[in-house]
Design a protein around this ligand. Structure first.
Ligand SMILES: Nc1ncnc2c1ncn2[C@@H]1O[C@H](COP(=O)(O)OP(=O)(O)O)[C@@H](O)[C@H]1O
Ligand SMILES: [Mg+2]
Length: 496
């Protein structure tokens, strides 16, 4: 029975994708075998007018937005694979919005009472209306008996069952793809689906988010560029999370930058420095720093909320970043290339000199610009695009860093259009390079490298990025969905 239900959900999802022409997009018709081309043409008869507009990544984002939390997580994770799907597609997909109408406050109160085992009025002095709602949870404006204003996040009623059912459908889709579409196999759809499901399940436990908020608050407080609200532990559980109210207004509100006494230059610097210090100095970073999750208050107080996605960089990744940035700054491309081989990121069989040549193609255009325009995010984006051609083993956490770096650079530029990213990052980057690349660090590193080499023998291989040359391989999901979509169309015809 479960299998049939999952198949039903999959057909529904396939149908929605087809309506947005995101199942067998017209733009890629020339890659399809004749049968799929016919199927695609047929499905497009059902694609709605407005739903058809935009680039394929935009259409897929819109289709996934309405398909629940698992589909949203799928979109978010697919958007980190620009190496496979192309940069534009990944970028378009990353604008996917997780916004839904709120559920009634009465239901939220019932959820809280069940979770915390006390009446809402015994926990809060005031419990107000929702201020934001997404596919997994919504946030309410409330107040503690001691007067502190808090934001209370409550999971959607029944969301666990929804996630379970959708996970089943996603597993089925992945199995179909893996078994029927040979081209997609090297992408390991089953493993990818498992990653999506695991990530969604982690976000379903608000105690994880509470712990993330607490850890990042400590880390941010060490540098003072950015802050995180305190967790109110007496009102925190698996399905409920109360955080102290962030001062000021979210940057997503256009009025936030018109607050009196705001120092825009200092704020933009804080965005960049705060993020870099977390990632480079502490190895843990807020990985969802878009405008809706950043509050600003005069003169330059920056508060991050929403700790659902947290990135982590081990020492090896941080050192790798220091080495390549240093190498690029020196324009020593051979050295940058060698770093990739030494770290084991690029298979030994590849040609170091050719790799160095490719790196020059990345570095010169970026560093040839006025220094105020140098973007670390852009450098990393282009670096990762090129490394795909050399079968680089791309660490997912480095991709998360690169995406977040692009996001914070965008945020900083919107706060202060004249913002100089290089000047802003200079103090953080300088001390980090000095620390990571100092002679003492090098000795420690030799010891550590020996240990890592040993450890690596026992570990499964990291994600292997394969060349992005075969464009036909970019659409495994769509190719696989073809069968499902055909079934959907056929069912519709039967019914009507
Ligand atoms: N500590 C807080 N202070 C003030 N507002 C908050 C706080 N936490 C969340 N919010 C508001 O609630 C919205 C949704 O919360 P968020 O944690 O971002 O959840 P989501 O995962 O749905 O984006 C935020 O965009 C923000 O407007
Ligand atoms: Mg948010």
């Amino acid at each position: 029975m479960a299998g049939i239900a999952a198949f039903g959900r999959l057909v529904g999802a396939g149908w929605r994708l087809a309506r947005h022409d995101a199942l067998l997009p017209r733009e890629f018709e020339h890659f399809y075998p004749p049968a799929l081309r016919t199927a695609g043409g047929f499905l497009r008869l059902f694609a709605g007018g407005a739903a058809r507009r935009g680039r394929p990544g935009e259409r897929l984002a819109r289709a996934l937005e309405g398909l629940g939390p698992v589909a949203i997580k799928l979109g978010q994770l697919l958007s980190t694979r620009g190496d496979i799907f192309g940069a534009e597609f990944a970028e378009d997909l990353s604008h996917l919005k997780d916004r839904l109408p709120p559920f009634p406050t009465a239901l939220a109160r019932a959820e809280i009472e069940r979770e915390l085992g006390k009446p809402v009025d015994a926990i809060f002095a005031r419990f107000g209306e929702p201020v934001g709602a997404a596919s997994l949870a919504q946030a309410h404006d409330a107040q503690m008996p001691d007067g502190r204003r808090v934001a209370v996040k409550v999971l959607r009623p029944g969301v666990e069952q929804r996630v379970e059912a959708d996970s089943e459908a996603l597993r089925l889709a992945a199995a179909l793809v893996e078994d029927r579409v040979p081209l997609a196999r090297r992408l390991e759809p089953r493993a990818f689906a498992a990653t999506v499901i695991r990530a969604t399940l982690l976000e379903l436990d608000l105690r994880m988010e509470a712990a993330g908020a607490d850890e990042l608050r400590e880390v941010m407080a060490a540098d003072g560029y950015m802050q995180a609200p305190k967790v109110v532990w007496e009102a925190a559980g698996k399905r409920v999370l109360a955080l102290e109210w962030a001062p000021g207004m979210p940057l997503s509100d256009p009025a936030s930058l018109d607050q009196p006494g705001l120092d825009r230059k200092a704020l933009a610097n804080n965005v960049i420095r705060g993020f870099l210090a977390q990632a480079m100095d502490h190895g843990v970073f807020h990985a969802d720093l878009h405008e809706g999750n950043l509050f600003v208050a005069a003169p330059d107080t920056l508060t991050a909320v929403d700790f659902g996605i947290i990135g982590r960089l081990g020492r090896a990744e941080r050192r790798y970043l220091a080495e390549i940035l240093w190498g690029f700054l020196q324009r020593d491309y051979m050295r940058v290339a060698q770093v990739h081989f030494d770290a084991g990121y690029v298979p030994a069989g590849q040609d170091v000199a050719a790799f160095a040549q490719a790196l020059r193609a990345v570095g010169e255009p970026v560093f040839g610009r006025p220094v105020s325009e140098v973007s670390m995010g852009r450098l990393l984006t282009q670096l990762f695009e090129i490394t795909a051609l050399f079968e680089m083993r791309l660490q997912p956490q480095l991709v998360l860093l690169q995406k977040t770096q692009l996001t914070v650079e965008g945020v900083a530029r919107r706060i202060d259009p004249e913002h100089d990213i290089w000047a802003a990052s200079d103090p953080v980057v300088r001390r980090w390079i000095a620390r990571e690349l100092s002679p003492k660090a090098r000795v420690e590193r030799l010891v550590e490298e020996g240990l890592t080499a040993l450890r690596r023998l026992a570990e499964p291989p990291a994600v292997v990025v394969t060349p992005a040359v075969k464009a036909s391989a970019r659409w495994p999901w769509f190719l696989a969905g073809a069968a499902v979509a055909a079934a959907a169309a056929w069912l519709t015809l039967l019914i009507s």
